[in-house]
Design a protein around this ligand. Sequence first.
Ligand code: PBG
Length: 337
Amino acid sequence: MTESWIKHDMDFLGGRRLRRTRRTPWMRDLVRETVLTQQDLIWPIFVIEGQNERTAVKTMPGVERLSIDLAVKAAKEAAAEGIPALALFPNTRPETRSENGAEAYNPDNLVCRALRAIKDAVPEIGLIADVALDPFTSHGHDGLMRDGHILNDETIDVLIRQALVQSAAGCDIIAPSDMMDGRIGAIRTAMDQAGYQDTAIMAYAAKYASAFYGPFREAVGSGNRLTGDKRTYQMDFGNSEEALREVAMDIEEGADMVMVKPGLPYLDIVRRVKDNFSVPVFAYQVSGEYAMIAIAAEAGAIDRQTAMLESLGAFKRAGASGILTYFALDVARFLNR
Ligand code: PBG
């Protein structure tokens, strides 16, 4: 009685059974729609002054800030594992931070020295540098501040100078993460005039004001300085149409690639951008996302490696051309094994 009831009920499948292609590892490999490779990875690294110095970022277990000599070693290792590019972030000395962030356009600042050293020693790896003032301002904001307000057009003048010194230092991709309006066009024009036509721009186009940046701010030392929040320039997390306008404007102004940030909680935005524009779309698995996985793994709640691979695979499925991730070296090593 039970048996015939089951048989009858399954007739509607008409032979269709999706589990057939899940039976064995080789079959799953054969039908997988998207695959993560080393070439999808951009590795963000934090640099500090000194020689042979490494300091732990407490809220990001497994991540360290490196002095330039060690960053060069890390770059060699990354290149050997097939990682195409690094993104450099400086933790500048407190005495170089100021109200107007002028250290950002010092041609011998920490980022520029790191860019030159890595470009010189490891020319085969791509170098990306942020354009934004937060590692250089005493108040931790990405722009110039007057009466508690972040100034748009005045900030752009400084961002241009920052982009130019970084280009001169050998940066291959300038990545404005400041969210000022019009900065992509202004930086593109200035770089072209200065002869950096071949230096690319990856725009942090849809960058949301996010709690997930917390550990990054510890890493670059801007968090404890920050007064107020960044919601007057970074996007509101309730919006997605607006992300498309941001992306459209940045492409119009000359961005070669666009980025969505944070990553995992914003995969719907990655997909919408991918479907609406013919431009490479990157996503940033930010510090807080890294921390959630790394700390949960330390606590024994999840498996670090499988969670890392699954989260990065999700970016590929959503349509990302590549992912900035603090897991980059770990993943590349795993994939190369
Ligand atoms: C700053 C910048 C931030 C990140 C990259 N560039 C932080 C912020 O906007 O406050 C965050 C990266 C991360 O959390 O991993 N311009």
